[in-house]
Design a protein around this ligand. Structure first.
Ligand SMILES: Cc1cc2nc3c(=O)[nH]c(=O)nc-3n(C[C@H](O)[C@H](O)[C@H](O)COP(=O)(O)O)c2cc1C
Length: 316
């Protein structure tokens, strides 16, 4: 049994925190471990071309993790099979729980370089990439995260093709690449992918992704659409307690968590990561109590970690 099957057999479905570049780094994942964790984490995506270049040291932090973040899947992107091979050989030494290939990101610059969801139009290349990754990954499960199609929904053609690649897990974001985020995620189409899976590759587990805002909603979608689990992305920076199933979080808890986050920032990064990069988390933690808006404004104006901690301590 692979890790995904084990999680599913234990609790009936899988909960996962999505890979989010610039958001779900090791520091934030460690905070989510304290707050309320999902079954499965994904790293931020790592570009295999970058990892196989001289700039390697600048990007390798993206796939590093602590033991307590496991199970965790390393996500890769790129369009050069040789570089996938070298990258998988190297990141395997970190002992992740799986390797995931990003064929979903629809950022314009990335698409114009023929990577991520641009690969939806390159089935032969995708087949080669998956085959190289599987060979190099050995016992590690291999998965793909993708969308419903490139400029049109193509469940039979695109998802059907992926299901023929004998993947351990497939995450489907219920929009096309062209749609970006402009329309609601189409869970009915994800459900059609599940039906196709039952016919083509019953051992490939499917995570549905798109617009899930609570554990309750996710569980409801598991029942309604037949997926093996669900992945949450943007909601984590609206409600970091989402995997705990909590919406009511006290003022004290919120402030203490932000202080812990800022202390961990120092411990993890020293002075290498500027305080400004953390303001998205301030917005996530500091809300929903009397005086939260004012406190948030003052914190957003702060220039250093130390200044922010002082403001928080004075507020308490
Ligand atoms: C800031 C940001 C960064 C993202 N980075 C990645 C990434 O590195 N890899 C990936 O597969 N998807 C990435 N995504 C897409 C999400 O994982 C997810 O598929 C998408 O946001 C839909 O889920 P949601 O409706 O729960 O947000 C990113 C999304 C956002 C908003």
């Amino acid at each position: 049994m692979n890790i995904y099957e084990r999680i599913k057999s234990k609790r009936g479905y899988i909960t996962a925190l999505a890979p989010m570049e610039g958001v779900t780094d090791s520091l934030f994942r460690q905070m989510i471990c304290k707050i309320g964790r999902p079954d499965l984490f994904f790293t931020e995506f790592l570009n295999v071309e970058g990892f196989c270049s001289e700039g390697k040291e600048k990007v390798v932090h993206r796939v590093k993790f602590l033991q307590k973040e496991k199970p965790i899947v390393v996500q890769l992107w790129g369009n050069t099979p040789d570089y996938y091979e070298k990258t998988v050989r190297s990141v395997k030494k970190l002992e992740p729980d799986g390797i995931d290939i990003n064929i979903g990101c629809s950022v314009r610059d990335i698409l114009s370089s023929g990577k991520c969801s641009a690969l939806i139009k390159e089935k032969d290349l995708v087949k080669e990439i998956i085959s190289v990754v599987k060979k190099e990954a050995g016992d590690l499960p291999v998965s793909v995260k993708t969308r419903l199609g490139y400029d049109a929904i193509d469940v039979e053609g695109w998802i059907g093709f992926l299901l023929e690649q004998d993947l351990d897990l497939l995450t489907i974001h219920g929009r096309t690449s062209k749609e970006g985020y402009a329309v609601p995620a189409k869970w009915d189409e994800i459900s059609r992918c599940v039906e196709l899976r039952d016919r083509i590759s019953p051992t490939t587990l499917i995570l549905g992704n798109g617009d899930v805002k609570s554990l309750e909603q996710g569980k409801e979608y598991v029942k309604r659409y037949g997926v093996d689990g669900f992945m949450i992305a943007r909601e984590i920076i609206i409600n970091p307690w989402v995997f705990k199933g909590k919406t009511e979080v006290s003022e004290r808890e919120r402030i203490n968590i932000l202080i812990e986050h800022l202390n961990l920032l120092q411990k993890t990064w020293g002075n290498k990561k500027p305080f400004n990069t953390q303001k998205k988390y301030i917005k996530a933690y500091i809300k929903g109590f009397d005086g939260a808006n004012e406190l948030r404004k003052v914190l957003m104006d702060a220039n250093t970690r130390e200044e922010a901690i002082k403001i928080l301590n004075n507020f308490k």
